[in-house]
Design a protein around this ligand. Structure first.
Ligand code: ZN
Ligand code: ZN
Length: 429
């Protein structure tokens, strides 16, 4: 235990019912990316009541709360707030029935659900903010609590950063964040170095020349061009990436034409790529362009393809020293329930803050699966059937996940806010 999780103990019994209420309310009122007005208002009002200096509307709906408490490092704790455009199928009594107009521009009405657990992230951070405000004697420094919009669309962190200087907000010396994931509830997992992949999504438009389906000699067929391109793109991972460097390239959408006897004018591919190494990422982005351009040339396309970046998430590459500090705090707090994680092929915009400021950041996972269900699935070799993030059946168990996430956030924060001043630590002055 550290001074902050020690402060949590006597408070938790009183805090827990209120946090469950907040969580279930957020869960029933999910909001799509960059539309998190209600959620942001709840978080900001909470911070204001606790005595934080609160800045609202940072990069859209983002909220920054500052609590200055003497000399010491500025430590940032971050939670993302957005939900996903999908209908919930958990069957929980507090399941979301919300709908909204999807932000992709075609005006569709979609279900909205917290299927990535960001409602829990907000709840954890509100709870941690409350403990830190109540236990000011236990720490020194400046606490910066950040509620971020638009993680699922890779917009939010960049939007907040774009507003940061103008609003006169300070930079943090270390940035800390956590995500609920499939894993036994009660466990936390960390990893020095890369923990989450980079993700790049592109739209590629291939131009042909449309004509009657009976007269292919008068056309440049974009369907054939697209088919060849899709097959050739598969050779990037299998033939151009070294066996020990892993990567993913998925073409998730391929659209062309309307009718069987019309050769259309163009075809569109939408692809997503995951990488764990900057050099591999750069190579693959270049290879995608090279192959698309060359396939269009091979078909005699009237003009080169057009590339549009749909989203781009940097790698989450945890600082080694800062992660060692968090890991020590986790082992002291959780013992055998502090685990080492493998790199995951999911992506986050969390690292944008640390990257922009050139400061260390640490991101870790908190297990949210019922421990008995997890142990059973592990024994049966069916871990991949447990509902994961972005599944309509994703439903983290609240006990003990709620408390574990609070303890994890507080333990990591304590590694800076409760540490002896630099130079006196470990006697290595
Ligand atoms: Zn997600
Ligand atoms: Zn998420």
């Amino acid at each position: 235990m550290n001074p902050l999780t020690a402060a949590l103990e006597p408070l938790f019994a009183q805090l827990q019912p209120r946090l469950v209420e907040i969580y279930q309310d957020l869960h029933q009122h999910p909001e799509l990316s960059m539309q998190e007005q209600r959620t942001a208002g709840i978080a900001a009002d909470h911070l204001q009541r606790l005595g934080y200096v609160v800045t609202r509307g940072v990069g859209g709906t983002g909220v920054v709360g500052l609590l200055r408490n003497g000399d010491g490092p500025t430590v940032m704790l971050r939670a993302d707030m957005d939900a996903l455009p999908m209908a919930e199928q958990t069957g929980l009594p507090y399941a979301s029935t919300a709908t909204a107009t999807d932000g992709d521009g075609d005006g569709r009405t979609v279900g909205v659900a917290h299927s990535c657990g960001h409602d829990l992230h907000v709840t954890w951070l509100m709870g941690a903010a409350q403990v830190l405000a109540a236990a000011r004697d236990a720490w020194r420094g400046t606490l910066m609590v950040v509620f971020q919009p638009g993680e699922e669309t890779a917009q939010g962190a960049n939007a907040m950063i774009a507003d940061w200087e103008r609003l006169g907000l300070p930079r943090a010396e270390v940035v800390l964040g956590q995500h609920v994931m499939v894993g036994a509830a009660g466990t936390v997992s960390y990893r020095p170095g890369v923990i989450l992949s980079a993700a790049d999504s592109l739209k590629v438009t291939l131009f042909g020349r449309g004509s009657h389906g009976s007269q292919p000699q008068t056309a440049v067929d974009p369907v054939v061009m697209a088919a060849a391109t899709v097959m050739r793109l598969q050779t990037i991972v299998s033939r151009e990436v070294a066996p020990l460097d892993s990567a993913v390239l998925t073409i998730g959408a391929l659209q062309a034409g309307t009718k069987e006897n019309i050769i259309p004018d163009d075809a569109t591919l939408k692809l997503n790529m995951r990488t764990y190494d900057e050099a591999v990422r750069t190579h693959m982005l270049q290879a995608i362009r090279r192959i698309c351009c060359a396939e269009c040339d091979a078909s005699g396309a009237p003009r080169p393809p057009e590339f549009t970046t749909l989203s781009s998430y940097p790698m989450t590459d945890n600082d080694h020293d800062a992660t060692a500090r968090v890991a020590a705090a986790f082992h002291a707090q959780f013992g055998d329930n502090a685990l080492q994680s493998k790199p995951m092929s999911a992506s986050e915009d969390f690292s944008v803050f640390g990257r922009t400021w050139g400061v260390p950041y640490v991101f870790w996972f908190v297990g949210g699966t019922d421990p008995r269900a997890y142990a059973k699935a592990r024994a049966e070799g069916t871990l991949n059937t447990l509902p994961s993030n972005h599944s309509p059946r994703f439903a983290p168990v609240l006990e003990p996940t709620l408390k574990t996430g609070l303890q994890a956030m507080l333990s990591a924060a304590a590694a800076w806010l409760c540490a002896p001043p630099e130079g006196t630590r470990d006697g290595n002055a």
